[in-house]
Ligand binder design. Structure first.
Ligand code: NAP
Length: 346
């Protein structure tokens, strides 16, 4: 059994869901994957940090309320800031799950750089760095010979990046269209059923799937960040969310939704990209799709992505009604992939 120490940077909805999953799957990881994972550090911005190189007890960590402090579990010298924490935690794998910054990638970019500098592999659910700084981070990962995995940044644990990388060798992705934002899809389907935007938003909040700032979802910025991540990784592009013409669903009315339903169509927030010569055209906005379209049929928090490829035609990946557990699974599957890549028995 190979031991992997893990530092969690960010312990909000995603970090906690991952800790719960790690606790649940402990036996399976050991028996089937030859992996023994120990969380040796957890960092937050306002709720303290905890490092214990012998391993933090996950049940104890999870028993601390989200507004409580982790400081009482800390057994190391004081870390100045999150970068200091990453250095001090000295973990094999750093898991980045801090808040999204769609403008620049935010502090998460620095967290990932610091993790590579400290010799760690990186797994992230934070799409900011993949949308805004992927090339640089990929180069750093390669130069430091470390794994850099980010399956959870688009469609949670559903295979998107891994599907292309592992199962479509020799194939080029030439474009895609996707319904990639769970919140707006839930809002649009609830509004089709008669709810107002505010009522629909309250429902989405209740499910814990709304970003810290729901404007990112409603105004399409989260979808644009995912589109940028897909373009950068699957099409070797160099776009940032700012480069993508983006219209959200704020101005979509119940009447407009009804009118499309009458015409046998569904209004959905679609992210689209297509290679045109040397250029890649990308955009995000509401589109009226025929009911037969795989993207139109999605209800609730479901997501789907149709990939257009040169050798394998079109493929559609559908994720049915995901929740936070599926984001946690993305982190777990990436962690197992790191284990495999560094030679742990599959
Ligand atoms: N929620 C989802 O369904 C979902 C799905 C896929 C991907 N994601 C992505 O996963 C990430 C986390 O989402 P979430 O829902 O867990 O967010 P969240 O509940 O707001 O938690 C964010 C966590 O990051 C911590 N944090 C923020 N800035 C930090 C810094 N500079 N250093 C250390 N810790 C910092 C926060 O600490 P404080 O609480 O002390 O501020 C908090 O523990 C986001 O990037 C999001 O886009 C989320």
């Amino acid at each position: 059994v190979r031991h992997l120490s893990v530092a969690l940077v960010g312990f909000g909805s995603v970090g906690r869901a991952f800790a719960r999953l790690l606790l649940e799957t402990d036996d399976r990881l050991r028996a089937r994957h030859g992996l023994e994972c120990t969380v040796t550090g957890v960092a937050t911005r306002r709720h303290g940090v905890a490092i214990d190189r012998l391993g933090l007890d996950l049940a104890t960590l999870l028993s601390i309320e989200p507004d409580g402090s982790l400081a009482e579990l800390h057994c190391c010298p004081h870390a100045e800031d999150t970068v200091g924490f990453i250095r001090e935690a000295a973990a094999d794998v750093v898991i980045e799950a801090t808040v999204l910054d769609v403008e620049t990638g935010g502090a998460a970019v620095e967290h990932i750089r610091s993790a590579f500098a400290a010799g760690a592999h990186v797994v992230t659910a934070n799409k900011g760095p993949i949308a805004c700084a992927y090339r640089d981070l990929r180069a750093l990962a390669t130069a430091s010979r470390r794994q850099f995995r980010f399956e959870g940044t688009v469609m949670d644990g559903a295979p998107v990046f891994n599907l292309v990388a592992e199962t479509l060798p020799g194939c080029e992705v030439v474009g895609f269209s996707g319904v990639l934002n769970s919140t707006t899809n839930l809002l649009l389907t609830r509004m089709e059923q008669g709810a107002s935007l505010d009522e629909a938003l309250a429902d989405a909040r209740g499910r814990g799937i709304v970003e810290a700032n729901p404007d990112h979802d409603i105004d399409g910025h989260d979808a644009a960040a995912k589109a940028a991540a897909l373009v950068n990784v699957l099409m070797d592009g160099t776009v940032t969310p700012r480069d993508i013409p983006t219209i959200g669903i704020r101005r979509v009315t119940r009447d407009a939704l009804d009118a499309e339903v009458q015409r046998g169509r569904r209004l959905r927030l679609v992210a689209r990209a297509a290679r045109r010569g040397d250029e890649i055209a990308v955009r995000v906005g509401p589109e009226a799709l025929p009911e037969a379209d795989a993207l139109a049929r999605l209800g609730g928090t479901s997501n789907a992505l149709t990939l257009r490829t040169d050798l394998m035609g079109e493929l559609t990946i559908v994720e049915h009604d995901p929740g936070i557990e599926q984001t946690a699974y993305a982190l777990l599957s990436d962690l197992i992939a790191v284990g495999r890549a560094i030679g742990v028995r599959a």
